[in-house]
Design a protein around this ligand. Sequence first.
Ligand SMILES: [Zn+2]
Length: 317
Amino acid sequence: MRPFPPAGKPAVLAVTLVALIAAALGAQTAPAPSGPVIRLAYRSLQPGEPIIVFLEADRSVKSAAVTFLGRTAELRPTRSSPTTRLSRTAPGNPPGADVASVFAFLGIDVQTKPGPYVLTVRLRKAGGVVENIRKDLLVVARTFPSTKLQFKPEYVTPPASLQARIKREAELIGLAMSVVTPEWLGEGPFVVPNDAPSWSNFGQRRLNNNVLQSLHTGLDIRVPFGEPIKASNSGRVVMASDLYMGGKTVIIDHGLGVFSTYGHMSELLVKRGESVKKGQTVGLCGTTGRSTGPHLHWSFKIFDARVDPEAMLRLPL
Ligand SMILES: [Zn+2]
């Protein structure tokens, strides 16, 4: 895997309304830049990749939102301190403190068609002034592996008596991830839920019992049976249920539209509504649901985009 390059290298784009760019950021002695600075952080612009949009702006910007691939996300403070909120920057602070830092997560869904797309950041300023900053992005094709799997027939063609349950559970999963918490609940970068090696099989096309049936939208980790599965970042549990397909599953809301899912566990050790800390054990590895043996199915959604967990680990948080 290619790591995120350090700031300033080509993959971190800077768009600015003034000639002054990143040099002024974080410099406590220099005055704040007079225009907003937008930075995008990503591993690559390909299907299945997450993007973070960072904005540094002065007090004239009251709020900001980014639109990309049909989804609009409000930019929110990078820390929970109220002084970092765009609209609440305290008057009388030194110039450096007037620069608010906000961000938003976006995802390029694993099935996004490669091609040119426009990313727009909309700034709402004092006096009702609205300013749009456009950036052209090219989503490049990515080749995903394919494989053949054998399951018990009732998991590939579930009996009619189970169809209603599967449909209802899919709706509940969608519902659990439909509410966007407007603040970042995570603490620092995402971490692996267990140190065991993975199959690096995100995006894999699957022939289940010789029928091209599914796209693998998570990452499978070879965790031995009964070993702890840990929250990859802090957040709130929005689902802790035993599902027909996913088995014993935990979904964590990390805020700002980012959700992580842990499936096929043998035991659930958290409850819906509970706040969890990064690294906290949420369950034990198992092989419940549609599973061929003990492993962890780990996946991420950013709004409705399914993204690669290995890329989430590299986000500069
Ligand atoms: Zn899986």
